[in-house]
Write a protein that binds this ligand. Structure first.
Ligand code: IPE
Ligand code: IPE
Ligand code: MG
Length: 254
């Protein structure tokens, strides 16, 4: 399970071909704006989270239709535990509902599901459900969905640093063997290519502790759309914006 072992998955199938050279292999999204969407309608925040769950289904459908291989969705940050206990409880039960009602359907559609984050904080019952969903879908190859739950980028790096220190202490690797590859391999996202593009909805312009290591060369796309309004057209818009960006990775401009 990604929360403890960071076990590697088989690497992505051959990335870009001539016809999809501008298609991102990995899209990561900070799904923000549920509360404001609800407030604008005079509804409780939980109504925004419910509508946000429907946007997740639309987003997944669009990602699959476009041929994106990895979709990472930031659903709950390590800092979101600071919210009112009632909101945390609402989010947790929504997650349970989503797992019970959607996992079989996702499995049928060939979606592999992985969870990344400090999952133990959700308690053993939910962890068992997350593990079942991962095990059921482990052989799927259409699209890998990474759901970031109780996830924090700094926590991810600390967890990897500790794993490296332990490996050195045990004598499994030499201190001189610690490099970027060795650290990446111990992140919760081990085996997954870095995101090509990170999207944030709701007009906020920050990462809020999302994929801090993995975002080194990601293209950043900020949309004003509130997450519950995100649909297939929004996804296409992201791909269009991405296709117009020039990625140089520090090399001389073409
Ligand atoms: C994103 O929407 C969902 C989570 C962070 C769980 P918000 O709940 O942050 O919505 P706003 O930012 O208050 O509008
Ligand atoms: C980031 O949104 C986390 C998720 C979308 C899951 P927040 O709404 O929690 O972020 P801040 O507090 O505005 O930075
Ligand atoms: Mg927010």
């Amino acid at each position: 399970m990604s929360s403890t072992t960071g076990a590697a998955v088989s690497s992505a199938s051959p990335a870009s071909t001539a016809s999809n050279a501008h298609l991102p292999v990995h899209v990561a999204i900070i799904m923000d704006g549920n509360g404001r969407w609800a407030a604008a309608r005079g509804l409780p925040r939980v109504a925004g989270h419910r509508a946000g769950a429907e946007a997740v289904s639309r987003c997944l459908r669009a990602a699959k239709a476009k041929g994106v291989e990895y979709l990472t969705l930031y659903a709950f940050s390590s800092e979101n535990w600071r919210r009112e206990p009632t909101e945390v409880a609402d989010l947790t039960s929504l997650l349970k509902y989503y797992l019970r009602h959607k996992v079989a359907e996702l499995h049928k559609e060939g979606v592999r599901i992985r969870f990344v984050g400090d999952l133990g904080r959700f308690g053993p019952d939910l962890v068992a459900e997350l593990e079942r969903a991962e095990a059921l879908t482990a052989g799927n190859a259409q699209l890998t969905l990474l759901l970031a739950l109780s996830y924090g980028g700094r926590g991810d790096i600390v967890h990897a640093a500790r794993a490296l220190a332990e490996a050195v202490q045990r004598g499994d690797i030499a201190l001189s063997a610690i490099d970027e590859t060795a650290l990446s391999a111990r992140l919760l996202t081990a085996g997954v290519p870095d995101p090509d593009v990170i999207v944030r909805t709701s007009g906020e312009h920050r990462l809020s502790n999302f994929l801090l290591w993995q975002s080194a060369y990601a293209e950043l796309v900020f949309l004003d759309t509130l997450w519950p309004d995100f649909d297939e057209a929004s996804f296409t818009r992201v791909l269009d914006i991405y296709a117009r960006r020039e990625r140089r990775f520090g090399a001389r401009p073409a």
